[in-house]
Design a protein around this ligand. Sequence first.
Ligand SMILES: [Zn+2]
Ligand SMILES: [Zn+2]
Length: 85
Amino acid sequence: MRARCDVCGSDYDKTFEVRMARKSYIFDTFECAIQFLAPTCAHCSCRIIGHGIEVGGAFYCCAHCAKVSADSDVTAGADSCVAAS
Ligand SMILES: [Zn+2]
Ligand SMILES: [Zn+2]
């Protein structure tokens, strides 16, 4: 069965289906799947394709990003002004 990629719309004979949160998606490449489904790191904005780290509802690609972000945003959850350090 041929199906169209949900991201780029290409009609490829080796598309695959990914189920996430009870919805299913069709992709032709992992690149499209990652672009569509992978969360982005709250610190460096890269796509999280590994396990990642979740801190206070935010996702980070690695421990370094989580730590740097946590250090600079001690009052997590509050929209405080960060101009004065
Ligand atoms: Zn695609
Ligand atoms: Zn990161």
